[in-house]
Design a protein around this ligand. Structure first.
Ligand SMILES: CC(C)(COP(=O)(O)OP(=O)(O)OC[C@H]1O[C@@H](n2cnc3c(N)ncnc32)[C@H](O)[C@@H]1OP(=O)(O)O)[C@@H](O)C(=O)NCCC(=O)NCCS
Length: 163
């Protein structure tokens, strides 16, 4: 089934923030009506520079920076996805879904099995997108943010396959 057809077939990647992509990440903005839904990337990078448990990524299509994500490595061994955003000019083309796919692949590769993600209750696009990745269980923070959780069973190694 074809969804959200893209005119481009450039490779998409999540990469660490570096001197090549930092300015472009800082220049990314969401739509005016989305400003209350996510912190500006300048705040996220400032937080990451002060807290080594925070891991920020630039999301690239080819060489173009189109999005940003940041998660926190928590002491209990879980990964808390704090930020996911696609620049306003690049939204609605399937990139947000692709960003989530790459981020979850990265985190599973790091060995994480417990995940949390949060969003404002009125953010229906985020709610539906995150639910489609299995983030179902809901909690509510004091400030009204919805917190969703995902638990993946332990991965069976290659030896477990076919048994
Ligand atoms: C959430 C966000 C990252 C999605 O990025 P995107 O590139 O526009 O998303 P996609 O094009 O991949 O679409 C993802 C899904 O949402 C749906 N969707 C996207 N925009 C939509 C809209 N305006 N109205 C309804 N549905 C919409 C799509 O249909 C798609 O579902 P599908 O894959 O089942 O067809 C983007 O809207 C964003 O940056 N929002 C502001 C920041 C934010 O809210 N972040 C999340 C909380 S931290």
């Amino acid at each position: 089934v074809m969804t959200a057809a893209r005119s481009s077939d450039k490779p998409m990647r999540l990469v660490p923030i570096d001197d090549q992509n930092r300015a472009a990440v800082l220049a990314l903005q969401v739509r005016r009506d989305q400003i209350q839904l996510v912190a500006p990337n300048s705040k996220s990078l400032r937080q990451a520079s002060q807290d080594p448990s925070l891991v920020p990524f630039a999301f690239l299509e080819g060489d173009l920076v189109v999005g940003f994500a940041m998660y926190q490595r928590r002491r209990d061994g879980s990964a808390y996805i704090w930020r996911v955003m696609i620049g306003d000019a690049y939204q609605g083309q399937g990139l947000g879904r692709r960003l989530m796919e790459l981020l979850m692949e990265e985190l599973r590769g790091e060995g994480f099995r417990e995940f949390m993600i949060s969003h404002r209750p009125q953010n229906r696009v985020a709610a539906i997108l995150f639910e489609s990745f299995g983030f179902f269980e809901e909690d509510f923070e004091a400030d009204g943010e919805v917190i969703r959780r995902l638990h993946l069973p332990p991965e069976s190694g290659p030896a477990g396959l076919g048994e």
